[in-house]
Design a protein. Structure first.
Length: 183
DNA sequence: CTCTAGATCTAT
DNA sequence: TAGATCTAGAGG
């Protein structure tokens, strides 16, 4: 499994598969521990549901493109673009684990980028340039899943989708969230 | 041009 | 539970 084949599929399939893969940036290494999928024009939680705009353009590009945007005026969100060209989809990196670092320093999307020193300059670059994606070193961990965080604005149909995954035992923020009864 | 909401985090 | 901080996108 190569980084390109991993991402050349829907975000809903790529997001759980990415857990355990490693990100390398400026000599730092981080193991992906929590992800969320944003899939397609129909997904009201996905920025691309607003259409192709200057901001969402990167989502329509080739898988392996890096999408970074500023949230709440102060937090950078790191995403990896998935799926085919012109099919907007991305996985949000919500949590990582770094050797010798308290995981509570990197268990949220804003914390991830702050910890690694990632900002908007990475937006539109491709994996392999500044940011690298490397295969797991350990066997696939057991995963847990639940609804995405902070997307209530998308309406109940989309905010209830259990499109968030994390490594069992990872100290996720908002552990109060439970998977919906059915989807 | 103005206005508003937002894929969050931290301290209170 | 509120405040920080700022920009894309929508509306006039």
């Amino acid at each position: 499994m190569t980084p390109s084949s991993l991402l050349a599929t829907s975000a809903v399939r790529a997001a759980p598969a990415l857990i355990g893969w490693r990100l390398r940036f400026r000599k730092q290494e981080a193991v992906i521990a929590e992800t969320e999928a944003y899939q397609g024009l129909a997904d009201r939680a996905c920025h691309a549901s607003k259409g192709r705009t200057p901001r969402t353009d990167v989502l329509f590009r080739e898988s392996g493109t890096v999408y970074v945007y500023l949230c709440y005026g102060m937090h950078w969100m790191l995403n990896l673009v998935c799926d085919e060209i012109d099919e907007p989809a991305a996985v949000l990196i919500r949590g990582v684990e770094m050797p010798g670092s308290d995981p509570r320093r990197s268990n949220g999307p804003g914390k991830v980028t702050r910890q690694l020193g990632i900002d908007g300059k990475l937006n539109g670059t491709r994996l392999g340039e500044a940011l690298e994606l490397l295969p797991p070193l350990a066997p696939s961990p057991r995963l847990r899943r639940g609804p995405r965080v902070g997307v209530e604005y998308a309406g109940p149909r989309w905010s209830a989708k259990p499109w968030r995954w994390w490594r069992n035992g990872f100290p996720v923020v908002r552990p109060d969230l439970r998977p919906p009864p059915e989807q």
